[in-house]
Design a protein around this ligand. Structure first.
Ligand SMILES: *[C@@H]1O[C@H](CO)[C@@H](O)[C@H](O)[C@H]1NC(C)=O
Ligand SMILES: *[C@@H]1O[C@H](CO)[C@@H](O)[C@H](O)[C@H]1NC(C)=O
Ligand SMILES: *[C@@H]1O[C@H](CO)[C@@H](O)[C@H](O)[C@H]1NC(C)=O
Ligand SMILES: *[C@@H]1O[C@H](CO)[C@@H](O)[C@H](O)[C@H]1NC(C)=O
Ligand SMILES: *[C@@H]1O[C@H](CO)[C@@H](O)[C@H](O)[C@H]1NC(C)=O
Ligand SMILES: *[C@@H]1O[C@H](CO)[C@@H](O)[C@H](O)[C@H]1NC(C)=O
Ligand SMILES: *[C@@H]1O[C@H](CO)[C@@H](O)[C@H](O)[C@H]1NC(C)=O
Ligand SMILES: *[C@@H]1O[C@H](CO)[C@@H](O)[C@H](O)[C@H]1NC(C)=O
Ligand SMILES: *[C@@H]1O[C@H](CO)[C@@H](O)[C@H](O)[C@H]1NC(C)=O
Ligand SMILES: *[C@@H]1O[C@H](CO)[C@@H](O)[C@H](O)[C@H]1NC(C)=O
Ligand SMILES: *[C@@H]1O[C@H](CO)[C@@H](O)[C@H](O)[C@H]1NC(C)=O
Ligand SMILES: *[C@@H]1O[C@H](CO)[C@@H](O)[C@H](O)[C@H]1NC(C)=O
Length: 413
């Protein structure tokens, strides 16, 4: 059933399958084999047995630049055999290891993050604002000087880099997990979201079109397709909110405004796209951003918080953990509607996402003209998909559970 769904969905969303360049693929597989990735190379043969898998090979051999995160043979040992034998599941997993674009001169030191669009766009596991929108992959150089893939249960680092044609091959010591639901992120991340999650569970508010009084957690967990949420960390909640939470909760209008001022509704905005620009919060207030030598900041009204953990990726959006509560009770419903309308209006014109690093400008480290913004910041909501409610997320969760074990990891970085 799962495979059937996955295949049907991909047939619906994959553009026509052009021929593979067999010469190229042979060379690539040879390179993988001779650099110690025999398992990954053998997976290619399995992928070639389905339309969805063939589409991945077709894209990879198109001559366009890609970054392939290539797990070692050792990493594949931990993949359960029932997953390696499920071509649908395997195709989703492998698709998440391939980022489109030329990242040659892009290098970021955490908390600055490099993000690319992967080939994973199966609507069963990716529910961002536009149908067929690819899931993002995030990586950065950390304090140890190594490049780490973020949002993984088991830390994945790049140990070697080679290339074939225009495909850059980064050897990693893990098989990557792709983003799941917020519930899953919380389950696997025992630090950053430890207090905000129960808080969101505890507060139920009536949000338009969310079906009566709904726990705020559920709205983010499945109700929205495409969102950006600024999640206060534990210290922020303990310090800032302790004395005022009761007041807020007794005043539903104020509580809703505060929640919505942490949210960009209908747009998944990754950290590189949050700098020196304004966004409209779901409450209709202006969110302002500054990226400078001491960090990345978000401001709402009179409150400024620093982004301490950017780009916690989810199947249906992105969370940035902040060190303060944006305790602004102001709201402007008209501005909020206008922003939501503009987000869904651009849906029609933005179906495909340009390949390449997400959101870098010429001012980013070494970024050249290949690295300009890709328009991902204006990805939009899809009203039709929103009406599906939590269905998709439930499926993601089931799927994620199915891939549990070494495969799907989230948010411990
Ligand atoms: C196939 O890939 C090879 C490189 O491996 C390249 O020389 C050739 O031009 C490609 N063929 C097509 C039709 O693009
Ligand atoms: C890195 O890859 C190159 C090319 O495949 C290979 O020659 C070299 O031995 C590899 N280094 C390590 C440490 O694996
Ligand atoms: C995939 O299968 C097709 C036939 O369906 C074949 O022409 C192609 O060479 C295969 N590709 C690889 C990489 O094995
Ligand atoms: C790599 O990209 C360049 C520039 O787009 C192109 O000319 C070349 O044919 C590509 N190489 C391969 C092997 O496809
Ligand atoms: C990738 O970018 C590097 C550096 O900017 C450039 O030298 C190279 O030609 C680019 N490759 C492709 C395929 O565009
Ligand atoms: C959530 O509600 C429970 C039960 O009422 C309470 O014990 C807990 O402190 C609350 N947590 C937060 C973060 O508000
Ligand atoms: C998000 O925007 C939609 C309109 O597109 C609206 O119906 C919904 O209530 C908003 N959700 C939140 C949490 O603000
Ligand atoms: C509830 O909060 C709103 C927004 O801050 C405010 O305008 C309103 O006066 C408050 N209502 C009460 C009863 O305190
Ligand atoms: C952001 O909004 C503020 C007012 O809230 C305005 O002063 C500023 O010019 C805006 N910045 C940008 C980049 O639009
Ligand atoms: C960076 O911006 C923040 C927020 O505006 C500010 O508090 C901080 O002083 C700035 N740091 C530098 C080095 O300019
Ligand atoms: C992140 O990028 C900003 C803007 O380019 C820069 O000022 C800052 O030093 C960078 N931070 C790190 C850790 O590299
Ligand atoms: C693989 O087997 C485990 C139990 O051994 C199960 O929990 C999981 O759902 C299975 N995964 C798939 C993709 O069938």
């Amino acid at each position: 059933m799962m495979r059937l769904l996955a295949t049907a969905a991909l047939l619906a969303s994959t553009p026509s399958v052009f021929g593979q360049n067999f010469t190229f693929l042979s060379g690539l597989l040879q390179t993988l084999t001779s650099s110690g990735h025999t398992q990954l190379a053998s997976v290619a043969t399995k992928l070639n047995s389905t339309t969805a898998g063939q589409a991945v090979l077709t894209q990879l051999s198109s001559g366009s630049p890609f970054v392939l995160f290539a797990p070692t043979d050792n990493a594949f040992i931990s993949v359960p055999s029932n997953v390696t034998s499920d071509v649908g599941a395997l195709t989703d997993v492998i698709s998440y290891h391939i980022a489109s674009g030329n990242f040659t001169d892009i290098s970021t030191t955490y908390p600055n993050v490099t993000l690319g669009n992967t080939l994973l766009n199966n609507p069963q596991v990716v529910q961002l604002e536009a149908l067929g929108q690819p899931q993002a992959l995030a990586w950065a150089t950390r304090e140890d000087g190594k490049v780490h893939v973020l949002n993984q249960l088991n830390d994945a680092t790049v140990s070697n880099t080679t290339s074939f044609g225009n495909v850059t091959i980064h050897t990693i010591d893990r098989v990557l997990g792709f983003p799941g639901s917020l519930a899953q992120a919380v389950e696997l991340d025992n630090t950053a979201l430890a207090l905000v999650a129960p808080l969101l569970h505890n507060i139920s508010l009536s949000v338009p079109n969310a079906g009566g009084s709904t726990p705020l957690f559920d709205i983010l967990n499945g109700g929205l397709h495409g969102f950006t949420f600024f999640a206060p960390n534990d210290a922020a909640i303990t310090q800032t909110l302790a004395g005022r939470l009761v007041n807020l909760v007794t005043n539903q209008t104020a509580a809703l405004a505060v929640f919505q001022n942490h949210l960009i509704n209908g747009s998944t905005v990754y950290s590189p796209l949050l700098s020196n620009a304004n966004r409209t919060s779901a409450a209709g207030e202006t969110l302002r951003f500054v990226l400078n030598a001491t960090g990345h900041y978000v401001s709402c009204g009179a409150v400024t918080a620093r982004i301490v953990q950017p780009d916690v990726l989810l199947a249906n959006g992105v969370v940035h953990v902040i060190d303060g509560v944006l305790l602004d009770t102001a709201s402007d419903p008209e501005a909020a509607s206008a922003a939501a309308a503009s987000a869904s209006a651009s849906a029609a014109s933005h179906t495909a996402t340009a390949p390449g690093p997400i959101g870098f400008s010429a001012t980013a480290t070494g970024a050249g003209t290949t690295a300009t913004g890709t328009g991902t910041g204006t990805r939009q909501s899809n009203a039709a998909r929103k009406s599906k409610g939590g269905h998709g997320a439930k499926h993601v969760f089931k799927m994620a559970v199915a891939l549990a074990g070494a495969l799907v990891g989230m948010v411990v970085i």
